[in-house]
Ligand binder design. Structure first.
Ligand SMILES: *[C@@H]1O[C@H](CO)[C@@H](O)[C@H](O)[C@H]1NC(C)=O
Ligand SMILES: *[C@@H]1O[C@H](CO)[C@@H](O)[C@H](O)[C@H]1NC(C)=O
Length: 244
């Protein structure tokens, strides 16, 4: 994309009359055109480098993924819903994610459940059409950018904040438009001694999935501030109930 833009701008530049005829000084009629053209090319670069979605929100990108049970899932399996929110400041911030999910069995001491980014944002056949793990650098599991590891539910919910993630919302490897899949089983983190372990961690069936899309800053701020408040209250209660 960048290369073709380069070629287009070089092409436009070369087709300016003054340049084509070899004159270095722009003739007066072409000067205005040249300025206009230069502005257009700059705006194009500007829009590629700093897309509107971060300019509107203090140079930070926000994304959401609205989790739904797979349409291919048996009715007796956990029906997981909720959201996964993403935040990343431009241009060198690391990705943060907030997992806010419901619908797991309410008994505690459940096994971990793997959560990964998959290649396609295609839910036409439930989570079955999301493809394998998103693996732009062709490496083994668990080194894919969207290998988020295992999550443990508490009273049927997962509420988890993660930072310093290696997936990104920016540039050619953006996760925008790809999917997040919650699996039925635990991720073996590549230690299963078989081929599937190095591809998908043997995490089993796909319970639920969603497509990652751009969202408003308010979405993150509302959900995340509630989570932080709950955490604060939780740790205060812990302190109070602790014997001196
Ligand atoms: C963030 O992750 C990188 C590896 O991706 C690691 O080298 C670094 O120590 C991490 N930073 C923090 C603060 O955990
Ligand atoms: C979808 O994938 C599950 C395994 O995860 C499989 O049991 C099921 O048959 C698949 N459904 C279709 C329609 O391919």
């Amino acid at each position: 994309m960048f290369l073709s833009l380069c070629l287009v701008s070089v092409g436009l530049f070369l087709s300016l009359p003054g340049v084509v005829s070899g004159e270095l000084e722009p003739v007066p009629e072409t000067e205005g055109l040249f300025q206009e053209l230069r502005k257009k090319v700059n705006d194009l670069w500007q829009n590629l480098l700093y897309p509107q979605f971060i300019r509107d929100s203090d140079w930070t990108a926000y994304a959401t993924c609205e989790m739904k049970p797979s349409s291919k899932l048996d009715a007796d399996k956990p029906q997981v819903t909720g959201q996964i929110l993403f935040k990343q400041s431009y241009p060198i911030g690391k990705l943060e994610a907030f997992f806010d999910l419901d619908g797991f069995p309410s008994e505690n001491n459940q096994l971990g459940r793997a959560i990964h980014i998959h290649k396609f944002g295609d839910l036409s056949d439930g989570c079955n059409t999301t493809g394998g793990h998103y693996n732009p650098f062709n490496v083994n599991h668990p080194h894919h950018p969207g290998d988020f590891g295992n999550f443990y539910s508490k009273e049927g919910k997962i509420r988890k904040y993660k930072s310093n993630l290696s997936a990104t919302l920016f540039g050619p490897y953006t996760i925008m438009g790809r999917s997040v899949v919650i699996h039925e089983q635990e991720d073996d983190m590549g230690k299963g001694n078989n081929k599937a372990s190095l591809e998908n961690g043997n995490a089993g069936r796909r319970l639920a999935c969603c497509v990652i899309g751009i969202c408003d800053k308010n979405m993150w701020e509302n959900k995340f501030s509630k989570f932080v408040e709950r955490k604060k209250r939780g740790s205060q209660n812990e302190h109070r109930s602790r014997p001196n």
